[in-house]
Design a protein around this ligand. Structure first.
Ligand code: GLY
Length: 370
């Protein structure tokens, strides 16, 4: 895949990427653009806004509330717990209660302001209230900007598993203000970059070139190279979900590294960052591709180099294989599916491998075991 079709900058210094589909929408990227872009995106007839945010965003949420409270418009703040704690039905119920008490109508608006868990929950609340009200997503993490905030997958967890309840509900707009990333910890930015380099492995190798040219790339969100990587990753996601919202085919490529990655997250009781687990998962998928005779040694080494340069993990405990395999099988069964892995025929050429032989999986795991 080449990137010449990728992204276009506008005169005001923002970049706009359109996500196609039944209801096309724009992802706007820039620095210091949040309030102005949001003002332009909120329709004049919106009377109530539910602004769902995580605790660390309460100061900025209040600034948004003030900026959007014009005339008769009322902005309701719903502070929800951070991370997976926020993706519970009790939290959705709290949001529905706030909306019900405020006589929230079908022409009103939800805004999701936070990391991937917040945008997932806010999207689910918007998808379910009166069978669907509009949502604008304001992701505040790298992962949220390049992945969770785009593409309309919304949902909550149950005791039996993650994202078992949800809906496809594309947003009305997504605004990615890169300034919000300045205050994140380095580790968080690096973990988020795992999803960025995933876009490099499956779609836009230019991202890999940029990381190889500057291994510190994930550290500085003010640099043009950082922005370029984010834009390319967003463009990849926009193209994929624009073609296949409901994961009937192409969208599955976004799961590169995720089959094993999800099992590692579970095995670590969700104490590992998602991106770190996906990094190990991509290394595994690359080895699996190689052992299946699909991917060259050089392309596998490129995984090791790029992920290693960023400081992401590329190995995992050898002794954990049996429990990881059991978790992967259980997860697939819960979704009525066979074990499937996204693998590569080359960098930028993903495909799906279904029900691979257990001995092949074990051999690939031995390549990343420690
Ligand atoms: N995060 C994978 C997807 O949106 O399909």
């Amino acid at each position: 895949m080449t990137s010449d079709d990728a992204v276009e900058a506008t005169a005001d210094g923002t970049t706009r990427i359109t996500v196609n589909g039944d209801r096309p929408y724009d992802v706007t990227i820039g620095r210091g653009i949040l309030i102005d872009t949001l003002r332009a995106e909120v329709r004049d007839d919106v009377r109530k806004i539910l602004l769902v945010h995580q605790p660390s965003m309460s100061f900025a949420a209040d600034q948004i509330r003030q900026a959007l409270s014009e005339g008769e418009r009322q902005v309701l703040l719903a502070e929800i717990p951070d991370a997976e704690d926020g993706k519970r039905v009790e939290v959705a119920s709290f949001c529905w209660q706030v909306m019900g008490q405020a006589d929230f109508t079908r022409t009103d608006l939800v805004i999701g302001f936070g990391g991937g868990a917040v945008t997932d929950l806010a999207g689910f609340v918007a998808a379910t209230w009166l069978r669907g009200v509009e949502i604008i997503q304001l992701p505040t993490s790298v992962l949220g900007m390049v992945d969770a905030g785009i593409g309309g997958k919304t949902g909550i967890n149950t005791n039996e598993g993650k994202n078992l309840v949800g809906a496809f509900w594309p947003p009305r707009a997504v605004i990615c203000d890169l300034e919000l990333l300045d205050s994140l910890s380095t580790n968080e930015r690096i973990a988020g970059f795992a999803e960025v380099v995933k876009a490099g492995f499956i779609w836009y190798p230019e991202i890999l070139d940029l990381v190889e040219a500057d291994p510190q790339i994930a550290i500085d969100p003010t640099s043009p190279a950082f922005r370029r990587c984010i834009e390319l990753a967003i463009q990849m996601k926009a193209r994929v979900v624009g073609e296949d919202l409901r994961e009937a085919g192409l969208r599955e490529v976004l799961n590169y590294g995720h089959t094993l990655g999800h099992a590692i997250e579970y095995n670590e009781r969700y104490q590992w960052r998602h991106g770190a687990a996906v990094s190990v998962g991509m290394m595994f998928a690359a080895e699996l591709s190689r052992l299946a005779g699909r991917l060259s040694d050089e392309a596998v080494e490129r995984h090791r180099t790029v992920l290693g340069l960023l400081g992401l993990p590329i190995t995992y405990r050898s002794s954990s294989w049996k429990s990881l395999l059991a978790t992967m099988r259980r997860d697939k069964k819960a979704r009525g599916a066979m074990l499937r892995f996204v693998v590569l025929d080359d960098i930028g050429r993903p495909t799906v491998m279904q029900a691979p032989d257990e001995s092949l999986l074990f051999a690939a795991y031995q390549e990343i075991g420690e």
